[in-house]
Each structure stands twice: as C-alpha cells, then as structure tokens.
Design a protein around this ligand. Structure first.
Ligand SMILES: Cc1ncc(COP(=O)(O)O)c(C=O)c1O
Length: 414
C-alpha cells in the first residue's frame, strides 16, 4: 500500500513513529501504574538524575539568564556569531589544534553538521559509509538527501576496531564513486561507548591516506564528536585531533560539535561543523558552501546558545565552574556504567567494548523478542537490530547493577 497521501514520492523510506520515543512512552505508562521506582527506563539519550529528571548544568542556566535581550533574540549571522566561531575551535580541540586551515560554521546541533556534510561532500545517489552499530538518524538523513547508507563491521574478534572491514568497504566504494563521506562517531560512540585508541586512529588514517593517493578521489572523514565532553579525561580525550594535521588535500576532515550533551542544551539546537584541510581554498569553499546550505534549510542558528558558549570561553571563572559541574555529572555517569560493566562481568553478559559515553550495547540475537520480554519485567531498553541499547545516562546506579543479570538470563532462555 502506498503510504503517501499527499507527499511526493521519493527515495525516502518513511517508517512511521519513532521507535525509541514509543518504548519511552510505554515505560512512562508503566511507571504510572507500578511507580517509577519499579521501572527501568533505559531508552533516553540524555543524562537524567536518579528520579528521571533532566540534569542541566546550573552555570549554563545562570549564563543564559545573564544574557542581554539582543544576545537572546537577535538573528545570528548565517555562518554563526563570529565570537562563537572562534571559541568553538577551542571547545572542540582544546590544546590539540591540528595543523591546517580550520574553519567553523554554526549548525543546529551535530545533526545539522551531518546534514550539510552529506549534502555538500557526496553526490546524489552516492553511498555513505559508517559503522554497523550507528545512530539511526545517519540513515534518516542519508535517505532524505537521496543517498544510500552502507556499513562496515565495526569490531573484530578481539573487540578492536575492524580495520580490515573498514579498508575493504572504503576501497570498494571508492572504486565506484569519486566522492566518499565516512560518518565516524568517536569518541564515546553511540550506541556502544567505544573509543578508538591511538593506534586504531593511526591505522584508520593510514587507510585513508593510501586511498587518497588516487587524487581523483575525494574523501570526507566526518568525525562525530557529539559525546566528547563525556569521553574520559577532558584534555587527553582530544589528543587524537592532531592526527588530522598535514593531510593530503583530497582528505577533508569535518568535526561535528554539539551543545546538546556537553552543555546540556539539547533543546537549544546548537552546534557546529569544523573543517581541517591543508588547502586554504578548500577551507574557504567549506565556509561558502555550508553557509549556503544553512541559508537553504534552517537559515540562522540559535543566537543565545552561541552567546553562552562565547561567555564560557571568555570568562575563566565561568569556564572553571562549567568544567567542575560537568566533571560531577560525568562521575554520576561513570559510576552507573561501572556498575553495569561489573554486574555484566559477574553474570557473563557479553557487551560491545565500552569506554565511556551514554550507552552500553549488548550484542544478541532476537533483540526484538528479548526487548519485549524485558518490558514484562518493567525494563525498557531499545532493540537495535543486532543487539540492545541500554542508556546508562538515564538509569540509576542501583538499577544499573541489577539489570545485566536479568538480560543475561533472558538471552540464555529465549
Ligand atoms: C551519535 C550522535 N551524533 C550526533 C548527535 C547530535 O545531536 P544534536 O543534533 O542534538 O547535537 C547525537 C544526539 O543524540 C548522537 O547521538
């Protein structure tokens, strides 16, 4: 049956209601009946306190309240407020600024950066490459823009980054296409919590450099760093950015910055795309073409969020306050993840390699059926094809401790 009533047909595959929000609603419905203390709602990709309320950095709210009316309400320039565009480079790279031409463009969250990158650095009907565990909107955005999304197997048998699968798929696509966009979510990958180590980054970049020897090919590595502020040590977790220094000019790196998680401004829709290239003209083109796409889609970004970022990076006391509050939030997250990891180890529940971040993934067969069965035990978790995604960001430490045993026993018995 044709599901389009008025809308023009296209390459989009419209799948109806959002699955995660559907499971979340079921969890809330059950909470009303048996009480929230008896329900595990591990669906939401936001940091919630033990009572299920959103954790918002108090200093960010204070900074918002101190903005002048025009800092809140005025249109931002299409590319973003100039001070935001300067400060966002520090917010992304910290002290690890790669060598090359670096330019930034404001986007509505990391999502906007994904949209512009696919739109401008791949051709219509091209295939985009990502890991086989990936954030669902990668597919939605590719579909919407008339691109295919293909995956490579993310982990090898030692639970390390599967470089040989990455190399095989990269090579195969570059045989067919002149342009290749690779969406790579790191560090603290959603949904697994994986972070490549130093060597894995080196080998990944070596693969791309080898492919780039064919100068007719144009490779864009999109590093989705949405969770960087919850990925280990705030300083050293940024060290990998120096790997993007002095690349061949047909490798463009674009880093996605998001104010959703690290600044707890999920609903403000603010972020940026930041490019690194050895070629000045490519950096200039990056600004022009992505400003054009901003204009053609959402126009300007959110002014108050940009003003807040500038305030933070231009005021040492505020910066320190945000860093301390964030460290406190992160320690809540780390304790929950630790509890989940320890319990999983005890009961032999297999997990994808988790380092840090909002989610832990349990690879398993029959994920849908197990997800359904868990709901009968008041555990709401998201089946994602080859596994189950558990949001440690949204579940108390006590609950994180008890859930693995229940999942392990269902996997054994189903
Ligand atoms: C992997 C990943 N990338 C990017 C984003 C972008 O988020 P936003 O558009 O809110 O910045 C998210 C948010 O959940 C995410 O999980």
């Amino acid at each position: 049956m044709n599901q389009y009533l008025m809308a023009a047909p296209g390459t989009r595959q419209i799948s109806g209601d959002d699955k995660i929000f559907g499971i979340n609603k079921s969890a809330h419905d059950m909470s009303k009946i048996i009480g929230p203390e008896n329900v595990v709602n591990a669906t939401i990709g936001a940091l919630l306190d033990d009572e299920g309320k959103l954790m918002v950095l108090p200093s960010i709210v204070e900074a918002y309240k101190s903005l002048s009316p025009s800092e809140i309400a005025e249109y931002a320039p299409i590319a973003g407020v100039p001070s935001f565009l300067t400060n966002v480079k520090t917010a992304v790279f910290g002290q690890y600024i790669p060598n090359g031409y670096i330019e930034a463009i404001a986007t509505p969250g990391g999502t906007g950066a994904i949209h512009n990158t696919i739109q401008n650095y791949s051709l219509s009907k091209d295939t985009i490459l990502t890991t086989d565990w990936f954030w669902g909107p990668y597919k939605t955005i590719s579909d919407e823009l008339g691109r295919n999304l293909q995956t490579f197997t993310m982990f090898d048998e030692n639970k390390k980054l599967n470089i040989s699968a990455f190399e095989t798929e990269t090579k195969a696509l570059l045989k067919k296409q002149s342009h290749l966009v690779i969406l790579f979510n790191a560090p603290a990958h959603n949904p697994t919590g994986f972070t490549p180590d130093d060597k894995e980054w080196d080998v990944l970049m070596d693969v791309l450099k080898k492919e780039a020897k064919n100068t007719e090919k144009k490779i864009t590595l999109f590093v989705d760093a949405a969770y960087i502020d919850f990925a280990g040590d705030p300083d050293t977790s940024r060290k990998f950015f120096t790997k993007f220094s002095n690349l061949p000019e047909n490798i463009l790196v674009i880093v996605a910055f998001s104010m959703s998680k690290g600044y707890t401004l999920y609903g403000m829709r603010s972020g940026a795309m930041v490019c690194i290239t050895p070629n000045k003209a490519i950096a200039e083109e990056f600004k022009t073409i992505n400003m054009y796409s901003n204009r053609a889609t959402w126009s300007n970004g959110t002014r108050p969020a940009m003003s807040i970022l500038s305030r933070i990076f231009e005021n040492t006391d505020l910066y320190k306050k945000v860093a301390q509050e964030r460290a406190d939030f992160k320690s809540v997250l780390d304790k929950r993840a630790q509890a989940f990891l320890e319990s999983s180890k005890k009961c032999g529940l297999e997990l994808c390699p988790y380092e840090s971040g909002f989610f832990i993934t349990i690879p398993c067969e029959n994920a849908e059926a197990i997800g359904q069965e868990l709901q009968k035990e008041a555990i709401f978790i998201v089946p994602i094809g080859k596994g189950l995604r558990f949001a440690v960001s949204a579940v108390s430490q006590d609950k994180c401790k008890i859930v693995p045993e229940k999942i392990a026993s269902l996997i054994k018995n189903l």
